[in-house]
Design a binder for this molecule. Structure first.
Ligand code: NAP
Length: 487
């Protein structure tokens, strides 16, 4: 792995991991370039795994599987707890790494590290509370005993937008359940994953229990691993398009899948909402990670009576944000991940403007170096514009006016996605009634942030299958085994 001066100066050299991590050994290499999205300059170059490396990773995960499964839950728990503590101790370095390779503002990166580490703490606690069941059959003929066993080797694939948290949200429950894993982080943000693997080693994770591969051939490597009968689980977070491809591939060997896919969250503001609270919530729901979040508010439906005041308030707040590199402590809105991401946002905004929308702030990509798009508010957006159907994944807030509760529900549900939704109203009964009719896996009521390691995270419709976090997250990495017992 090659590091460039800027990167070396910013992060703790102890966290500069050296390439593929397989069976507890580091294998240096090159081939995947990591860019600083605020300049487009090279930050580092990391190893590029070939199919044989993936096969070796499965061998390593298999060699470690029996030992890890037999390790007492208390011991697995203590290793996860130490990993949590090490992440907390190294929080500032990890946040800097995230800000460098992902571009998000340091405040967001610090928030991510805290959130990410919490998955290790939460699953350190859950490791010792794996449930079982004992029942009598209705006929009284025998007893039903249900055990939960680790599902087997798990392949974990994560996106670039939360390079630490999407990994710990999978590794935490998998290790707590007794599974060994192969993590494939996104090519744009591998440094955080490698740094965390270093900390895992220090925490006492045995060789082969966690393996990390970066590759320029994600399809080839994943297909090879899914075809190996020892691999029993695929846990994927990323786009719905890639999720569909992976579900089809996993079907060939009937591998269990958990899918955390795209979102198109509606943010509904009723006339009776507390305006300032709704604006605070809107800024969090829209601007955490500069809009590059699956839970990001993608469509603002605002009732006619509060619409103009909401647009004015949101415009003022969005206009005031300081744009810059994520690692600059003053920055509130960092760059997008790639130039392609900027192009996609530009297309969606241009199409909305051509269809009659008006930008009250922003509306065009910035022209200086790096992949910047300014905070943007659009009003008068047609409800059938492409920006209402596609994930924006950027700092753009399209606002749509509505009149009745039924209309808001119909508009909110008019999407193939169903990950997150938000409602602002002082009338909790109304918010709950509307909330029950919204097709979503998660709903924030008078809150712009819902992610919590103790809560079940996931979506309905084409936003995914299964849940991560909470008490159910560990069961995604376990198989129930039923014993019919006659004494
Ligand atoms: P992506 O393009 O789907 O990539 C996600 C991961 O899949 C990356 O590691 C990528 O590797 C890998 N990948 C791509 N093609 C693959 C293939 N054929 N086989 C196996 N792996 C493959 O998504 P992204 O652009 O990184 O992330 C943004 C998306 O993730 C958004 O849609 C967002 O909503 C979603 N997301 C969802 C959640 C959730 O919890 N529901 C959370 C965060 C993000 P490379 O990087 O090497 O291409």
């Amino acid at each position: 792995m090659t590091f460039h001066a800027k990167f070396s100066g910013y992060a703790d050299p102890a966290l500069h991991a050296a390439g593929l991590y397989i069976g507890g050994k580091w294998q240096s290499g090159s081939g995947i370039t990591v860019l600083d999205p605020s300049t487009g300059n090279l930050l580092a170059e990391v190893a590029d795994a070939a199919i044989e490396d993936a096969q070796r990773a499965v061998d390593a995960a298999d060699a470690a599987a029996a030992g890890w499964r037999a390790t007492p839950a208390r011991q697995r728990s203590e290793i996860l707890r130490r990993w949590y503590q090490l992440m907390t101790q190294h929080a500032e370095e990890l946040a800097t790494l995230i800000a460098l390779e992902n571009g998000k503002a340091l405040a967001d990166a610090r928030g991510e590290v805290a959130y990410a580490a919490e998955f290790f703490r939460w699953y350190a606690e859950e490791a010792t509370r794996i449930p079982g069941e004992f029942r009598h059959t209705p006929s009284g003929s025998h007893n039903i005993l249900v055990d939960h066993e680790p599902i087997g080797i798990a392949v974990l694939i994560t996106p670039w937008n939360f390079p630490a948290a999407m990994a710990t949200r999978k590794i935490g429950p998998a290790l707590a359940a007794g599974c060994t894993v192969i993590l494939k982080p996104a090519s744009e943000t591998p440094l955080t994953a490698y740094a965390m693997a270093r900390l895992g080693e220090e925490a006492g994770v045995p060789p082969g229990v966690v393996n990390v591969l970066t590759t320029s051939n994600p399809g080839g490597i994943t297909n090879a691993m899914l075809a190996d009968p020892r691999v029993r689980k695929l846990s994927f977070t990323g786009s719905t398009g890639v999720g569909r491809v992976l579900l089809a591939e996993a079907a060939k060997s009937v591998v269990s899948c958990s899918m955390e896919l795209g979102g198109n969250a509606p943010f509904i503001v009723f006339d009776d909402a507390h305006l300032e609270a709704a604006l605070d919530g809107a800024m969090i729901a829209k601007m955490r990670n500069a809009g590059e979040a699956c839970t990001a508010a993608n469509r603002f439906y605002v009732q006619a009576g509060i619409h103009d005041a909401f647009v004015a308030g949101l415009t003022a707040r969005m206009k005031s944000l300081k744009i810059g590199p994520g690692y600059d402590p003053e920055t509130q809105c960092g760059p997008m991940i790639t130039q392609n991401a900027v192009r996609k946002i530009d297309r969606l905004v241009s199409e909305a403007l051509a269809a009659g929308a008006r930008a009250t702030t922003g509306g065009k990509p910035l022209t200086e170096n790096g992949y910047f798009y300014p905070p943007t508010v659009l009003e008068n957006v047609p409800v059938n514009a492409s920006i209402a159907r596609e994930e924006i994944f950027g700092p753009v807030a399209p606002v749509y006016k509505f009149e009745s509760d039924d209309e808001a529900i119909r508009l909110a549900n008019n999407t193939e996605y169903g990950l997150a939704a938000y409602i602002y109203s002082r009338d909790l009964k109304r918010a709950m009634k509307v909330g029950k009719r919204i097709e979503t896996g998660m709903l924030g009521i008078n809150r712009g942030l819902m992610s919590d390691p103790a809560a079940p995270f996931g979506g309905v419709k084409q936003s995914g299958l299964g849940r991560e976090g909470g008490v159910t997250g560990i069961l995604e990495f376990m198989e129930p085994k039923y014993f019919a017992v006659d004494y």
